[in-house]
Design a protein around this ligand. Structure first.
Ligand code: ADP
Ligand code: MG
Length: 750
């Protein structure tokens, strides 16, 4: 021990010298200059004091003020200065992989180091950290899994939970666990960081923990709502181009007439909007006053028109466009690339910013472009709070974000674009005022904004709780309901019951809500239980290759594209991959295998083009497959050399069986009527198939059952993707025979 202490002491002194040397070097000084310009710097001392004197501190401050990159670094620096560098261990959690990685890279660069020295990161299936890493950025999920094996976080001196205002499920969960842990670890320090001012809730949750606010400065941002935007960009807005030239009318009377005409057209936009409203999760009163248009049709053109307007008419400055997801970002990007109205293509730098972007692209997002070049960043709500792009002057806000919502009553999770909250809209607007006064184009009428919810509902209250319930059990946190009742805001008991019921049905819990062997394995795989179950079965039955593809496809999206104007062609292209085996999942496997062969012959791009496949998705799928494989090796479910794990990969019926094992209880019965197929599920009664499903066009399906991954409730319930299975597969692989669940399901379905 004495030797150990001496080594650590020496190490600490060494770290202190290193840090000082960097701060005095030329590069270090200019970095320090930038850092000192951030608002957080002014609070450095008071933050550090509060943290040393209190076990829990809540820090709030405007996005971009330096919470994420500076505060953990202040703690690290002060520990190193106090010669405790070798013994401190700081963990800072991020809700998303991409921010954990990019922030750790940034902080390492600010310290003049490579990633993996004193600063590192760890996200699911990936990490960069060394023996001497003292500040670790990780996803919240990673810390939760660490708690699984190390319940008191031995050796950790500081835990910083970032972006708590987002109220992500993992963060809310972590807070319950940490609240329990604190009394057992009195020397552990906890810092909660939030981008909004409503820190009181968190503070009172932790018995009145002190709050520190970092005052920030932003320039004023002008808000323009749809009414206003139509005025500004008038003549380029489809379909309102007929009325563009009222300004040139000579007579005052004609001008006035034209103006009135335009006003009535604007009114009709709003009216159309009312009709097409997407009102799923609003109260009836809200529904009445809320109006919208279909986000897929008018949205793209509107955004495009606004961007053209900015490029042609407005001053210099980067543009940040908030979209709902990876796929519409790509669609818009393609559309914009061929739009001459944006001006000289060499003068426009179009970038995408979303959770799965490459790190080379990431760097471009932060860099200032060459003079005269307009940077346009198409982003998901990642850019709302976790990433700050300093030179943004214009923000275009589509008003929506994809959010997983979950309706406990019909037990259907969905990831759909929904209206953002007022808080999000404000946050998006604020992104335009970092360096000078800015402008925000909200692509919805003011009346829509007025009825936005104040804040987004916490994730815990709107998503299925299955993975969470598994984790609660594997962390041995006692009764699920009791545990969740201690949350900041507890979920409905019906949601909790549904999740527990589901876990029993799939065989992860026994009747006493305790983990089964399957449940234990599932809790170790950081994927949804159904995908985890497929992976486990794929490994056990030596049928891994196709299952990896299917699981990867289900966890991102399938690679089939359906462009609006070529829907039929695209659907028949997909049909070719089905080879009449009545399975969307097997179609993914064939499409992927074909692509892999084509890639080998360097024909991948051509192959995708011919078959309406997305090369990007296939690449994403490919890398996910590799991650899952790594995961299975890591948990010991397959052996390192993979000698036998593909022995039965060509057995199509086995693949169907494993799909069934994972997707059960997502089953519908098939009854072939004279010219059509009638489908029923236990919960919903009659259901329909999407036309993009390979089974969607069949007049007859020669199997008694379909298993499906996802159902979507529009007017009726639609199954998105499905695989046909036989009686014996359902009997042997559907759910958990011992519990009699299966027999009763048969009774209900037949
Ligand atoms: P907060 O967490 O309070 O929102 P951050 O610590 O993320 O703020 O960011 C502080 C500042 O550092 C911002 O001005 C941001 O633009 C800058 N910054 C953050 N990451 C990078 C990066 N990778 N490259 C360049 N600048 C960055
Ligand atoms: Mg931050």
């Amino acid at each position: 021990n004495v030797v150990m202490e001496r080594i650590q002491r020496r190490k600490s002194l060494q770290l202190r010298n290193q840090q000082a040397a960097w701060q005095e070097s030329n590069d270090g000084q200019s970095m320090m200059e930038f850092r000192r310009s951030l608002p957080a710097q002014k609070e450095r001392q008071s933050l550090l004091e509060a943290i040393s004197q209190n076990q829990v501190v809540v820090v709030s401050g405007e996005t971009g003020c330096g919470k994420t990159t500076q505060l953990p670094q202040y703690i690290l620096e002060s520990e190193i200065e106090a010669a405790r560098g070798a013994t401190c261990s700081i963990i800072c959690t991020q809700p998303r992989r991409i921010s954990a990685i990019s922030v750790s890279e940034r902080v390492a660069a600010e310290r003049g180091e490579k990633i993996g020295e004193s600063v590192g990161y760890k996200v699911r299936l990936e990490g960069m950290r060394g023996r001497d890493t003292r500040l670790l950025f990780c996803t919240t999920g990673v810390l939760l899994r660490r708690l699984l094996v190390d319940r008191s976080l031995k050796g950790v001196t500081h835990v910083i939970v970032d972006e708590i205002h987002e109220r992500g499920m993992n963060e809310d969960f972590l807070l319950i666990v940490l609240k329990d842990l604190l009394p057992r670890r009195p020397e552990l320090r906890l810092v909660l960081m939030s981008a909004t001012l409503n820190a009181e809730m968190f503070s009172s949750y932790f018995g009145g923990a002190p709050m520190i606010h970092i005052p920030g400065f932003t320039y004023p941002v002008r808000s323009r709502f749809l009414e206003d935007i139509l005025e500004v960009t008038g003549h380029r807005l489809t379909p309102y181009n007929q009325i563009d030239d009222y300004g040139q009318e000579k007579s005052w009377k004609m001008q006035k007439q034209a103006l009135r005409k335009r006003k009535s057209q604007i009114a009709s936009v709003v009216e159309d909007a009312v009709k097409a409203a997407d009102l799923r999760d609003y109260s009836p009163q809200t529904r009445d006053s809320l109006s919208c248009w279909n986000p897929d049709s008018i949205g793209f053109n509107l955004i495009e028109n606004v961007l053209c307007h900015i490029c042609q008419k407005e001053r210099d400055g980067a543009v940040l466009v908030f979209m709902t997801g990876w796929d519409d970002i790509n669609t818009l990007k393609d559309q914009l690339q061929s739009n001459p109205l944006l001006g000289d293509p060499s003068k426009v730098l179009l970038l995408a910013c979303h959770g799965s972007m490459a790190s080379s692209e990431q760097k471009l997002i932060f860099d200032k472009p060459e003079p005269g070049v307009r940077k346009i960043v198409l982003a998901t709500n990642l850019a709302e709070t976790s990433i700050t792009i300093n030179d943004v002057v214009f923000v275009v806000d589509c008003g929506k974000a994809k959010e997983t919502s979950y309706d406990a009553l019909n037990n259907t999770p969905c990831l759909l674009p929904t209206w953002i909250s007022k808080a999000s809209a404000r946050q998006r607007r604020g992104r335009a005022g970092r360096v000078q006064s800015g402008e925000c184009f909200h692509l919805y009428p003011q009346c829509v904004y007025n009825v936005f919810a104040d804040y987004q509902l916490p994730e815990l209250l709107r998503t299925p709780l299955q993975s969470l319930c598994l984790q609660i059990k594997s962390l041995r946190l006692g009764s699920i309901s009791e545990f969740l009742s201690r949350a900041l805001q507890s979920p409905e008991s019906l949601s909790v019951q549904n999740a527990i019921e589901y876990l029993k049905v799939i065989g992860a819990f026994d009747q006493n809500e305790e983990l089964t062997v399957l449940g234990k394995h599932l809790s170790m795989l950081p994927v949804e239980p159904k995908l985890g179950k497929m992976l486990i079965f794929g490994a056990i039955f030596n049928c891994l290759d196709p299952i990896l593809t299917i699981v990867a496809g289900l966890s991102v999206r399938d690679p089939f594209m359906t462009p609006f104007d070529k829907k039929d062609l695209a659907e028949s292209a997909k049909l070719q991959f089905s080879c009449r085996d009545y399975s969307d999942h097997l179609a993914i496997v064939r499409a992927y295998d074909g692509w892999r062969d084509a890639e080998r012959d360097r024909n991948g791009y051509d192959y995708c083009w011919r078959n309406f496949l997305s090369a990007q998705t296939l690449k994403a799928l490919d890398s996910l497959r590799r991650q899952f494989l790594f995961l299975l090796k890591d948990t010991g479910l397959i052996d390192e050399n993979m000698t036998t794990c593909n022995k039965w990969s060509r057995d199509e019926n086995l693949v169907r069986a494993i799909i069934c094992a994972g997707l059960y209880p997502g089953v519908s019965s098939v009854v072939n009527k004279e010219k059509s197929v009638s489908l029923k599920t236990m919960e919903d009664g009659q259901v329909m198939l999407y036309s993009s499903s390979v089974n969607g066009k069949e007049a007859k399906i020669p199997f008694p059952w379909l298993v499906f991954n996802e159902k979507v409730k529009v007017n009726s319930v639609f199954l998105r993707d499905s695989t046909a299975i036989s009686d014996s597969i359902l009997l042997l692989f559907g759910g958990n025979i011992q519990q009699g669940g299966l027999v009763s399901s048969f009774a209900l379905l037949i």
